[in-house]
Design a protein around this ligand. Structure first.
Ligand code: SF4
Length: 605
């Protein structure tokens, strides 16, 4: 087998047992990698109804076949587990260098199960794997943790995936951080690590990933890299301004959610755009492993010194979403969130929920403490004060650490929670891109843009421009194709930003050259479809009620946009959802019938 080791590492933190398992090519062709491997093991080995914080929940760190190769952006890994935020599947991926290093160490994935009785970390040096004491690291920030581990191991080149205080304190949206500022952010995967007393995984690898035909692979990789370099977004907008290049574009198109989606354009967007950040604070770009795009930002501020990010979503979540217009404060807050190990989108979303509850008088000053900063739109004080409190679960931070939905429930205001399946929505108002809205509503991990980035066709024109308010079958089919294609790109171990420039055939070419397979594009997309359905199956078994939960906040369905290009629009989800179910081959109530399970080879679960 090429591009895989065929080896999975299993670590049981309850018993201390470390073992190795093999898989064959047949398994690889069925599940490909990352999300595919993760969902297979969860469905096979775990009861989907378990408490996410119980030792019975498993957490899987998986690479794809192209992780660690020279394929453009081939450095991704995925963290798969049951989410403490949604109660459904969580699959959060991250770039940086950790994924590639894990592959160099000779492992395709790590399954961690059980719970240690004291803080530990897992140290992997090729075949040598140990569970080591991490009591001295508990409570440490992400950068301190990385620094101390490097010192302790005596090897500057180790790569580390760890949690900060937020993960330790079971903040429901805590992230797994690697390379200090790269986050497997969404769904609270960091809190699951914390619940297992697992502070970090440290990896050092010395093996080269072998592909089937080195010469052919090199040629194919060069061709695809050139395509990315020539693309105006992948080779221009993203390297020049980072993902924040989107701030002005999305704002001008009237989709930039402001003050918890009460408005769809932010009057100060330009002052916190990628262009403004580049002019004021940028030192250089920072690409992930093998990435020709390099959207990562290294910024410098007098207050925090040199830091990384924020990217588009974070600028929005900590800016327009809260009515805040102070780019320096946003960058500082982003730095702090990375250090404490949290998801920026859910942090901002939870604070925005609190702000609207406060505005509507449901949350009162006496609830949060007379001395605490009031949750007023635009109050920058809120950022630093509550971010620390959330991560440490101190004072009102303990309630915020439960996430926006649970907070809104506590104060009788769930209609002000802007999320799907209890996960906070990202930075696009779907009333200005209705296919994107269908994507939010049907996403397996709840409010999420990245697993079906319909902004591409609806706003940016990739692979071709679609009317954002068209809700025909063609649009619904596009949502499905994007979902399956993204599952494939994730599973391969690549970054979804490659879709600016590459299409399904390009991924097929790279995979076939690396693996020595001869699969068609349709066969690869079928793997994506299998993964999507398997994740859906997990959610259904975990108790998902599709007709109630494949939905959007009432505001997006019933309150027309007040101003801008999408004035008067809502998302016509009711008209799209039944056709989505039908085109997916599901039942009218959003379940997967037996014949579909058989067709995808999922009937074993
Ligand atoms: S495009 Fe950005 S996030 Fe994706 S791999 Fe490259 S630097 Fe990392």
């Amino acid at each position: 087998m090429f591009a895989y080791w065929g080896k999975i590492l299993r670590v049981n933190l309850s018993t201390g047992k470390i073992s190795e398992e093999k898989f064959d090519e047949k398994f690889a062709q069925k599940w490909l990698g990352t999300r595919g491997f993760g969902i297979y093991y969860l469905l096979k080995e775990m009861d989907p109804t378990v408490d996410p914080f119980s030792p019975e929940n498993k957490i899987i760190y998986a690479t794809g076949p192209l992780t660690g190769t020279t394929a453009p952006t081939g450095g991704r890994y995925m963290v798969i587990t049951k989410s403490p935020l949604t109660g459904y599947i969580a699959m959060a991926n991250s770039g940086g260098f950790f994924g590639a290093e894990l592959k160099f160490a000779g492992w395709d994935a790590i399954i961690v199960e059980g719970k240690a009785d004291h803080p530990v970390y897992i140290y992997i040096n090729d075949d040598q794997v140990e569970i080591r004491d991490a009591s001295h690291l508990w409570g440490k920030l992400v950068s301190e943790t990385e620094e101390k581990l490097r010192e302790e191991i005596g090897d500057k080149r180790v790569r580390i995936a760890s949690i900060g205080p937020a993960g330790e304190n079971l903040v429901r949206f805590a992230a797994v951080m690697n390379d200090e500022h790269r986050a497997a952010g969404r769904g609270g995967v960091g809190a699951v690590m914390g619940s297992k007393n697992l502070k970090a995984i440290v990896v050092r690898g010395h093996n080269r990933v072998e592909v089937a035909d080195r010469a052919k692979f090199t040629t194919v990789v060069k061709e695809k890299t050139d395509k990315l370099r020539k693309d105006p977004t992948a080779g221009g907008g993203l390297p020049n301004y980072g993902t924040a290049v989107l701030v002005n574009i999305i704002n001008q198109n009237g989709l930039y959610p402001t003050r918890n989606f009460q408005e769809s354009q932010f009057e100060y967007a330009e002052e916190q755009s990628g262009e403004a950040m580049t002019a004021k604070y940028l030192i250089r770009n920072k690409p992930c492993y093998a990435c020709p795009i390099g959207c990562g930002r290294v910024n410098k501020l007098p207050t925090v010194g040199v830091t990384e990010g924020p990217e588009y979503e974070s600028i929005w979540a900590l800016g327009a979403h809260l009515g805040i217009n102070d780019l320096a404060s946003i960058i500082e807050a982003n730095h702090l969130i990375d250090e404490l190990g949290m998801d920026t989108i859910s942090t901002g979303g939870t604070l925005a929920t609190a702000m609207e509850l406060y505005e509507k008088g449901l949350l009162k000053q006496e609830d949060i403490g007379e001395d605490a900063p009031p949750f007023r739109w635009g109050n920058t004080e809120v950022l630093h004060y509550y971010i620390e409190k959330i991560a440490r679960r101190e004072g009102f931070g303990d309630k915020l650490a439960e996430g926006g939905y649970r907070l809104a429930e506590m104060y009788n205001g769930t209609e002000y929670f802007m999320g799907v399946k209890k996960q906070e929505l990202p930075a696009y108002d779907p009333r200005g891109a209705e296919g994107h809205g269908l994507g939010y509503a049907t996403n397996n991990r709840g409010g999420c843009h990245i697993k079906q980035y319909m902004i591409s066709p609806e706003i940016l024109g990739y692979p071709y421009k679609m009317d954002p308010h068209d809700i025909s079958d063609e649009k619904v089919k596009m949502v499905i194709t994007f979902q399956d294609l993204t599952a494939l790109i994730d599973a391969a171990g690549l970054c979804v930003f490659t879709t600016f420039g590459l299409g399904a055939d390009d991924y097929r070419d790279m995979l076939n050259a690396a693996l020595g397979w001869d699969l068609t594009t349709e066969e690869y997309l079928k793997i994506g479809e299998r993964i999507w359905n398997a994740e859906r199956l997990f959610n259904l078994k975990a108790g998902l009620d599709p007709l109630k939960e494949d939905t959007l906040p009432k505001r997006l369905l019933e309150e027309p946009v007040k101003q801008g290009p999408n004035k008067g629009r809502v998302v016509r989800l009711k008209e799209m959802l039944p056709r989505y179910y039908a085109l997916r081959g599901w039942t009218e109530d959003g379940r997967i019938p037996e014949e579909k399970l058989k067709e995808l080879g999922l009937d074993e679960f």
